[in-house]
Write a protein that binds this ligand. Structure first.
Ligand code: PMP
Length: 328
């Protein structure tokens, strides 16, 4: 038995039970481990889907160029699909990103343009403006824009949602995912609630982001915005891919709680995952403890990526101490 290309190995990631970290709770807490994807994150699902939908809609022709502002998991997902399908990739990123992330994208043949961090989004040199400009200048190029592209949500509606439903044999009662572009939480929640409207969806936001207040009050409050270090979740905009009507609760998690839980996932569960995974598990356990989780309940938490990208940060004691997350 073999796969015709690496792209066929995307999805069908395992569900794993949390033992030690959830031993005070009745019921079953499961995590869906997305680092089993070939690009080591949940974003392989949307990289492939955004490109395939663009092909179907005639937005990109053979030999074309994919352009996106990303340094992270989405770049990896797009680059993987582009290698197999014969497209070029140009990614714009900021100079605060680590060199290893940029090297990783270059290893897959992508061109990476490094832009200054300290400029407004509408500055012509921002990574956002440069991506936009290149997509206008380069013929047969395609700018996926994961924030507003409906293929992002649709990828999760078609894959992540059905996988969770089948893997739990329809017994899932709670679904928990971090909120970045909103694609994962919204697309999966839509599918699960169509199967069983009683399923509760909990979105995980980062302290310093606008989502929580927007969910609670409907107000977009710029005063909520402050810098934070958890990568991949929280925003200072409301992208089209977030659908608050599909969420039952939004929980904010701060960097310290997120990172200490990330380390506990490695040391107590053998799950070597990234910082947004720690945030999701911290928020999920808080929700379960405060909402009379019972023995028939089955919670599924998405773990978006791997710990390898965070070795010099979350898994480095000096870095953790410098930021006040660990006592020296
Ligand atoms: N965690 C990580 C590490 C991510 O890269 C992302 C994507 N931004 C998310 C969580 C959130 O996923 P989504 O964009 O689908 O909301």
């Amino acid at each position: 038995m073999y796969y015709n290309s690496i792209l066929e190995t995307i999805g069908n990631t395992p569900l794993v039970k949390l033992n030690d970290l959830a031993d005070d709770l009745p019921g079953t807490i499961l995590v869906k481990v997305e680092y089993f994807n070939p690009g080591q994150s949940v974003k392989d699902r949307i990289g492939l889907k955004m490109i395939e939908d663009a092909e179907e809609q005639g937005l990109i022709e053979p030999g074309g160029t994919i352009i996106e502002g990303t340094s992270g998991n989405t770049g990896m997902g797009l680059a993987l699909a582009a290698v197999i399908k014969g497209y070029d990739c140009i990614f714009t990123t900021t100079d605060k990103q680590s060199k290893s992330k940029i090297d990783l994208l270059r290893a897959l043949g992508a061109e990476v343009k490094v832009c200054p961090t300290d400029v407004e989004p509408d500055d012509p040199n921002s990574y956002y403006s440069v991506a936009q400009r290149l997509s206008e200048e380069i013929p047969n190029s395609y700018y996926p824009n994961q924030y507003d592209n409906p293929s992002n949500t649709q990828a999760h509606y078609e894959t992540t949602g059905p996988e969770i439903w089948e893997q739990t044999e329809g017994n899932v009662t709670h679904y928990v995912a971090g909120m970045g572009t909103g694609g994962t939480v919204s697309g999966t929640s839509k599918y699960l609630k169509e199967q069983n409207d009683d399923i509760k969806t909990i979105g995980i936001d980062s302290d310093g982001s606008v989502y929580k207040k927007y969910f609670d009050t409907g107000e977009f409050d710029k005063d909520e915005i402050h810098p934070y270090l958890t990568e991949g979740i929280g925003e200072d905009i409301i992208p089209d891919n977030i659908d608050m009507d599909l969420l039952d609760e939004v929980i904010q998690v701060n960097d310290k709680d997120a990172f200490l839980t990330t380390r506990a996932l490695a040391s107590q569960e053998g799950l070597f995952v990234g910082g947004s995974c720690g945030a999701a598990v911290h928020g999920a356990l808080e929700y379960a403890r405060n909402n009379s989780f019972d023995e028939d309940d089955v919670m599924v938490i998405i773990l978006p990526d791997s710990g390898t990208r965070y070795v010099s940060k979350i898994f480095n004691d000096e870095w953790m101490e410098e930021h006040g997350f660990l006592d020296s």
